[in-house]
Write a protein of this length. Structure first.
Length: 263
């Protein structure tokens, strides 16, 4: 006899869940939002570019999903509180939070200004922590079990030149994920992270397709950069009941990049 709960379609199903995705206006965030919606979640799209998330909302709805577009800035705690309020008004308590918003830089460590350093760390680390804090507080207040998924990076585990502030922030995300997981596990909120390798997105498309980028590709065992869809499985694992016994973990999705790094 087949036990229905063991079917992938059941354990990965997000029907009845409410998700909030930051940085949903483009790149990985837009993809994450579409994947969550396609698997049954009602999704609050949060980003500064309202026109982009309105367009994504229309795309999700055209595919049969449910979404709402909410303008918000992850570096502004009051703005994010309002974003959660709007999501709750539309769909109810957020039970899946995807902390995806981030910024990059290419300045060497000795040249980066304090302003740029604080911009990168403030967006990629501080905002992740405080948005997770806001989301978790609301889950607990509603007596709701939930999942928080933070976007880290392979640069949290290793570094390359010109990425000091970014690498520092993403390493902090890995530790923040562990710290939050430890304190929230017994309260029913799981906290995990995804550490992507190099993915071809709108932001870095030109760089990855330059001569430098093509040289980098040769160091990846799978011989290619990540494409749309390569993070779908990891996201659904951490957001759904399929990952019910996972917390404090960082799932690396990099085509083998980390294992191939020469010491």
């Amino acid at each position: 006899m087949v036990i229905l709960s063991m079917k992938a379609a059941n354990i990965f199903d997000l029907t009845g869940k409410v998700a909030l995705v930051t940085g949903a206006s483009s790149g990985l965030g837009a993809r994450f939002a579409q994947v969550l919606a396609a698997n049954g979640a009602k999704v609050a799209l949060v980003a500064r570019r309202k026109d982009r998330i309105e367009a994504l909302k229309a795309k999700i709805e055209a595919a049969g999903g449910v979404a709402t577009a909410i303008e918000g800035d992850v570096t502004d705690r009051a703005s994010m509180s309002r974003a959660f309020d709007a999501a709750e008004k539309a769909f109810g308590t957020v039970t899946i939070l995807v902390n995806n918003a981030g910024v990059a830089h290419s300045t060497r460590a000795l040249d980066i200004t304090e302003e740029e350093y604080r911009r990168v760390v403030g967006t990629n680390l501080d905002a992740v922590f405080f948005t997770a804090q806001e989301g978790a507080r609301r889950m607990l207040a509603a007596n709701a079990r939930g999942a928080i998924v933070n976007t880290a990076s392979v640069l949290a585990l290793n570094v390359s030149k010109g990425t000091a502030a970014y690498a520092i922030a993403k390493a902090g995300v890995v530790q923040a994920t562990k710290a939050l997981a430890l304190e929230l596990a017994f309260k029913g909120v799981r906290v995990n992270a995804i550490a992507p390798g190099w993915f071809d997105t709108e932001i870095n498309h030109d760089f990855l397709n330059s001569d430098i980028g093509q040289n980098m590709k040769r160091d990846i065992p799978m011989g290619r950069f990540g494409n749309a869809g390569d993070l779908d499985g990891a996201l659904l694992l951490l957001a759904s009941d399929a990952g019910a016994y996972m917390t404090g973990a960082t799932v690396v999705v990099d085509g083998g990049q980390i294992v191939a790094i020469k010491g």
